[in-house]
Design a protein around this ligand. Structure first.
Ligand code: 5GP
Ligand code: ZN
Length: 141
């Protein structure tokens, strides 16, 4: 039995993005999922794929939402391969695993040959000019 998610301090930040009440650089969306650029990317093109259905972790979702999420992750992996053939897909479940936002999300992180991009010290905020370019590069074919 997983530990329950900590109570949110306010509205869920990713529900707000999915509902378009908070801004995000959205790369893809469908009836069940949304994918957008991480605001604090580990590498260029780092994106997050979320279900519209709120749940802290994958096992909180309905089977339909799980399937839709995995389908979207595969779709976004295909698009990220335009940026770099290699990438990491990650899901942090629970605070001890590094989860900060308690709305389930997959990270898709293109890799360009850097030894270890997963360091807070080398992370820079997403820059609007590059985000605009990435939206074109990652657009639906
Ligand atoms: P976690 O550690 O929970 O797996 O990762 C949460 C991710 O969400 C982090 O990589 C963080 O940069 C990203 N993030 C947090 N808040 C926002 C936001 O408001 N907008 C966007 N686009 N990304 C966010
Ligand atoms: Zn949520």
């Amino acid at each position: 039995m997983p530990a329950p998610a900590p109570p949110p301090d306010g509205p869920c930040v990713f529900c707000e993005i999915a509902a378009k009440r908070s801004p995000a650089w959205i790369v893809h969306e469908d009836g069940a999922t949304v994918a957008f650029l991480d605001i604090f990317p580990f590498t260029r093109g780092h994106l997050l794929v979320i279900p519209r259905e709120h749940g802290a972790r994958l096992t909180d979702l309905t089977p339909e939402a799980q399937r839709a999420l995995i389908r979207s992750v595969a779709e976004l992996c295909g698009r990220v391969e335009r940026l770099a053939p290699d990438y990491n897909v990650a899901l942090n479940a629970g605070a001890a695993a590094g989860q900060i936002v308690f709305h389930v999300h997959f990270h898709v992180i293109p890799r360009y040959g850097e030894a270890n991009p997963f360091r807070a010290t080398t992370r820079a905020p997403l820059e609007a000019g590059d985000a605009r370019k990435l939206l074109v590069e990652l657009a639906r074919p």
